[in-house]
Design a protein around this ligand. Structure first.
Ligand SMILES: [Cu+2]
Length: 132
């Protein structure tokens, strides 16, 4: 009886370990284009951040340089969902984007550690820019 109990415990422990390993390997694979951290590009002393708006904002976490004038390019391409609207509360920005096109938003310059949060107008999709 004791032997049977031990093998059942071993089976359950093994099952959970296998599950955890599978989760580590495959758990985040479907979200790869949502949670990527992408540095901004730089041109003429300004940094330019490309943000794709379609089915949400991608990449949704962006690392940018502090103390540099920053331009946000919001790119829509047949964006018929709610991410065709953008809201950046910190800058009092709230606007509808064209269904297809690039909308430039001048964000200004920020100190290291500051963050800018944005959402769609209804607040269901979000993105974050971290200045370092
Ligand atoms: Cu929305």
């Amino acid at each position: 009886m004791t032997v049977k109990k031990n093998s059942l415990v071993n089976f359950i422990v093994g099952f959970f370990i296998a599950g955890i390993i599978l989760f580590i390997i495959f758990g985040n694979s479907g979200k790869s284009n949502i949670n990527t951290i992408t540095p901004a590009s730089y041109s003429e002393g300004k940094q330019i951040i490309d943000l794709t708006a379609k089915g949400g904002f991608s990449p949704n976490t962006i690392t940018a340089k502090a103390n540099v004038e920053t331009i946000l390019n919001v790119i829509t391409n047949k964006t018929f969902d709610c991410s065709s609207s953008i809201r950046i509360p910190k800058l009092n920005i709230s606007e509808n984007l064209p269904l297809t096109g690039t909308t430039q938003i001048a964000l200004g310059s920020y100190n290291s550690g500051e963050e800018i949060d944005g959402t769609c107008l209804m607040g269901m999709y979000n993105f974050k820019i971290k200045f370092i």
